[in-house]
Design a protein around this ligand. Structure first.
Ligand SMILES: [Zn+2]
Length: 547
């Protein structure tokens, strides 16, 4: 037997040595770039395709890489913090713990912000809570954490975004740093969580260049002829749009000079927010020498301005189209930078969104489609009035956040009000409302008379420490918030259908039309890199995109 094995080995060796050595073509990427566009609908790519000014932005992914055309979010609520966490952990809120941008914490009995951390200090801004942030509320590991573990912490891992949560969560627990925008000072800042008490010199230099004011000086003008917007969008000025630049600034071109030297938050609602994030990513890439050796690094970038612009003006606006025309050009610059700094085929990029968005309700109604608006506060007030009318204490409800209704269990116990009683009263009240489809008792979701696919997404979003007792499910087109602007957060496809694009080392060219989920992104990246999946990953690698 042993002889036979030896003999076979000899034959195999002979065969191999007879062939020419094959060149190594399957080396791992030196850098993975993850791009999350905060609030991007999948259909934007097709709708805006004829108007992109370059083939090297979104269309580079589509034409030279892979596009997953039916990528969905497999949990609720479909909001920013949950989305960024699901992309980088491959898990859903039930496992990674980020149940909202904020949640009512049933243990602490107060509202908690997803990345708040009182134990750390702001870096790059004095006397401000803006940097007292960390990823400690995320319960599982991220792609970056696994990369660190796989390389004995030699990989470099960074996150950049306008929003703190858009930078901190994707960078992960063991990141080298995350940088985000402080809307009070107009500077990019960080947290002492990352082990430094001051910003790197390159970031201080960028902050001193005061780019925000130079962008304000330019104002926001359209990139394409007016006729393109007239042909493809709603009218420019509408009463149902929000007015982030003031009540008198209703249409193009937007003069932004009045914000110079102050009101640094306004830049977020312009395409220049994307320029700021790209500038910092570029400086980071160069100065931290990402992708320059054989140990794979990770750069997680999140563009937040599309979310601010989308909320204010809606997906059918001139502002959104123009923002994407400009973001497309930034992506082309990003690819050119990566080719130059890291080298063609030495990097892999994926682009996705944390969530999509609903049409503005009044716009949908104008076109006879079902729509409405509802607020957490409005629901809380209505429940309070009902309880008072029944002779019960309105404080029996602790909070209503992200469609979750939290009961005040200590008060229920002391007043002798049963769970069943509150569930019945509130369900009866809310299910009579025009905008509400159904109320679900979260501990009993598995038994709810509701389509299984959506029941699973509700269960995927449930964490007992951070979720409510009840979830109210709105009808299609009903948006959380007022009648000006729009929102996202539910399971309907306008919120849950997001782009997923791939390009670069290890990526097979193609259009993938089968259903995939946001949680498939992390295991696809870790399979590409040959490293362990994040600890809580529920998704599957998308094999069609891998060579
Ligand atoms: Zn949003």
């Amino acid at each position: 037997m042993r002889l036979l094995v030896l003999f076979s080995f000899f034959i195999v060796s002979l065969n191999l040595s007879a062939q020419k050595p094959t060149p190594v073509t399957n080396s791992k990427p030196k850098l993975v770039v993850g791009i999350v566009v905060d609030q991007m609908r999948w259909d934007y790519i097709n709708n805006f395709k004829p108007y992109f000014k370059t083939q090297n932005g979104f269309l580079k992914f589509v034409n030279e890489g892979a596009s997953c055309n039916n990528n969905l979010i497999s949990y609720v609520p479909t909001v920013t913090a949950c989305g960024h966490t699901a992309v980088y952990t491959g898990a859903t809120p039930a496992i990674h713990g980020i149940t909202g941008n904020s949640w009512y914490d049933n243990v602490l009995q107060r509202v908690v912000y997803c990345t708040e951390d009182a134990s750390v200090q702001s870096v790059g801004v004095e006397n401000s809570p803006a940097g007292k942030m960390s990823p400690k509320n995320v319960w599982t590991t991220t792609i970056g954490d696994e990369l660190k573990l796989a390389t004995n912490f030699k990989s470099k891992v960074f996150g950049v975004s306008l929003k703190d949560r858009g930078a901190i969560i994707p960078a992960g627990h063991s990141a080298d740093a995350a940088y985000w925008y402080d809307s009070k000072t107009g500077k990019f800042i960080s947290s002492s969580y990352y082990g430094k008490t001051s910003l790197p010199n390159w970031l201080n230099a960028y902050n001193s260049s005061n780019k925000v004011d130079s962008f304000y000086k330019l104002g926001w003008a359209l990139s394409l002829p007016k006729t393109v917007y007239e042909a493809n969008c709603d009218t420019d000025e509408n009463d149902y749009e929000a007015n982030p630049f003031g009540i008198d600034a209703k249409g193009f071109p937007y003069d932004l000079k009045k914000f110079i030297g102050k009101e640094y938050g306004k830049i977020s609602s312009t395409p220049y927010g994307n320029n700021l994030v790209f500038d910092v990513a570029q400086q980071l890439l160069i100065n931290e020498k990402l992708g320059t050796d054989d140990i794979t690094d990770l750069l997680a970038v999140s563009f937040s301005s599309p979310d601010y612009i989308g909320h204010a003006f809606g997906p059918n606006s001139w502002e959104v189209l123009d923002n994407y025309i400009k973001l497309d050009e930034i992506l082309a610059q990003f690819f050119a930078l990566l080719d130059k700094q890291v080298g063609k085929n030495n990097y892999t990029v994926f682009l996705t969104a944390d969530h999509a968005v609903a049409p503005i309700p009044a716009y949908a109604q104008k076109h006879k489609m079902p729509a409405g608006a509802i607020t957490d506060n409005g629901v809380k007030t209505d429940i309070g009035k009902m309880l008072t009318a029944k002779g019960l204490n309105p404080s029996l409800i602790s909070a209503v956040t992200e469609y979750n209704i939290h009961f005040n269990h200590p008060l229920m116990d002391s007043l002798g009000v049963s769970q069943e009683k509150l569930v019945t009263l509130i369900t009866n009240l809310l299910e009579q409302k025009n905008d509400i489809l159904q109320v679900i008792e979260l501990r009993k979701t598995a038994m709810a008379p509701f389509p299984q696919e959506i029941r699973e997404r509700i269960i995927n979003g449930f964490a007992p420490q951070r979720s409510g007792d009840l979830l109210f499910i709105t009808k299609s087109g009903v948006v959380g918030g007022g009648y000006k602007g729009t929102g996202h957060g539910v399971f309907y496809n306008y919120d849950a259908h997001i782009p997923l694009l791939w390009y670069g080392n290890g990526i097979k060219k193609g259009q993938i039309n089968s259903i995939n989920y946001m949680t498939d992104i992390a295991p696809t990246v870790t399979t590409l890199l040959g490293i362990q999946m994040p600890s809580g990953t529920l998704g599957k690698p998308i094999l069609e995109v891998l060579k």
